[in-house]
Design a protein around this ligand. Structure first.
Ligand code: 4AD
Ligand code: MG
Length: 431
């Protein structure tokens, strides 16, 4: 008998198959027992008819606790009422491991903290399962997107001697008597790689000692960062919108079942169109004023302003040319007005906030040295980075997209902590 996965069930109608999985839930009507089996690729109802089994076998199933592991063999039958269109008429089963009777996650509402403390088991439930499958799709689509556009994947280090995104959110550690930091971004190393390979990207975990307890902040999150030689701000914006559009289309195409489980309003995702709207930071302030929000020129936008402005658009919004002093040291000043940086943030629709941050990079050595001083960063630690401006410097740029914020938005989740398998926040290191 062929061992198959639940997600392939439709190819096996009326055939006898073997499924290996776990008992997610069950109910009984005396003569019949309905087992919901999950195998990691889906959930399916399996029916045990008393007449086909001995008294002992039927009793064993009746007493079986949820989350026990089990192998079942039986016939795949069409069932119009089933969410996946099929059920199994069980002919034979084998119990692999009986679960204890106190499985902590019940089919009722639990508090967020309780669920997060049981994240190792919570991941088994349909909603969490759907989120992780969409996350996987987003990562796969990212790899495909950059690969087909000629970007080379270059892995950047996680242990580093210099800060990238400001010194206030660095995780510092003792590196054999020397100070080291967990990487906040692969960007600086990406710049070196872009001058060696032209177009590159990195994908990995990044760390921010964020004291903020918002629904958008993790202390460990995954970022995908492309970087390209000869790219100006317009190229960076174009690449970012093509990329995010591609992510949305891939999920809509390949993860309909999961979006349905999450009860996501997909009309919102279907409305997204290229090109995305673009506004300069100062235009954003004018628009905010029109809706009654006074915001002083010079500061980075906060969550509230971001939500309000993005609600005016159906597609993600590109905001460019923020005040230079509100952004990172490596951003190229606008030649038209050096108080502005040639940078861009992309805000997701529906109030999900910033998902992309990027810019053109400083490429003249004197400007870079001045910026390092202004940001109080030690030149010694950046010698290698300064070298990139001594040997064949060219205009270049790139961006970083936060995977969890993107997953949260596409899945319609309230909080980014459900968008990563094992979230790390200021108050969570367990499990
Ligand atoms: O805007 P950020 O800080 O940009 C950079 O790190 C650049 N060096 C990227 C580059 O140009 N190569 O971060 C980029 C994105 C944000 O837009 C957001 O999606 C995500 O990373 N992000 C976080 N996600 C979860 N928790 C946090 N604490 C995050 N901080 C940033
Ligand atoms: Mg940012």
């Amino acid at each position: 008998m062929e061992y198959i996965m639940i997600e392939d069930i439709r190819k096996h109608e009326d055939q006898e198959v073997e499924l290996r999985g776990w008992l997610y839930n069950k109910r009984s009507t005396g003569k019949l027992q309905f087992l919901i089996i999950r195998d990691g690729t889906g959930f399916i109802q399996s029916v045990i008819f008393k007449g086909n089994f001995s008294e002992e076998q039927f009793d064993e199933i009746d007493k079986l606790n949820i989350e026990s592991s089990i192998i079942i063999r039986g016939k795949v039958k069409e069932d119009k009422r089933s969410p996946i269109g099929f059920e199994i008429d069980v002919q034979d089963f084998e119990i692999v491991s009986k679960a204890d009777d106190d499985y902590p996650i019940q089919l009722k509402e639990h508090g967020a903290d309780f669920l997060l403390n049981h994240r190792h088991l919570w991941l088994r439930t349909p909603k969490q399962h759907a989120i992780m499958r969409i996350r996987d799709e987003i990562i796969l689509a990212s790899r495909n997107f950059f690969d087909t556009r000629g970007f080379t994947l270059i892995d950047t280090p996680l242990l580093s001697g210099n800060a990238c995104e400001g010194t206030s959110t660095l995780f510092e550690l003792d590196y054999f008597g020397q100070k080291a930091y967990l990487s906040q971004s692969g960007q600086l190393y990406n710049e070196a790689a872009a001058l060696a390979f032209g177009k590159v990207y990195c994908f990995g975990p990044t760390f921010r000692a964020e004291k903020s307890k918002t629904r958008r902040h993790l202390t460990e999150f995954w970022m995908i960062e492309p970087e390209a030689a000869w790219y100006h701000l317009d190229d960076v914006m174009k690449l970012s919108e093509d990329y995010v559009y591609h992510l949305v289309q891939s999920v809509l195409k390949n993860r309909q079942v999961e979006l349905k489980i999450l009860e996501r309003d997909i009309s919102k995702l279907e409305k997204i169109q290229l090109p995305f709207p673009r506004l300069e930071y100062s235009e954003v302030l004018e628009k905010l004023k029109e809706i009654g929000i006074d915001f002083e020129w010079g500061k980075d936008l906060g969550a509230e302003e971001e939500t309000k402005i993005s609600e005016l658009f159906d597609s993600p919004l590109l905001i460019h040319r923020y005040p230079a002093k509100a952004k990172a040291f490596y951003m190229e000043p606008d030649p038209e007005d050096s108080n502005k940086a040639l940078c861009v943030d992309m805000l997701a629709p529906e109030g999900y906030g910033e998902i992309v941050g990027g810019s053109e990079r400083v490429y003249k050595i004197d400007v870079l040295k001045r910026r390092l001083k202004e940001f109080d960063l030690p030149e010694e630690a950046f010698q290698w980075y300064i070298d990139l401006r001594r040997f064949g410097s060219v205009p270049h740029g790139g961006f970083g997209l936060g995977i969890e914020r993107t997953v949260a938005w596409i899945c319609g989740l309230k909080h980014v902590r459900e968008a990563i398998p094992f979230p790390r926040t200021i108050s969570r290191l367990y499990p």
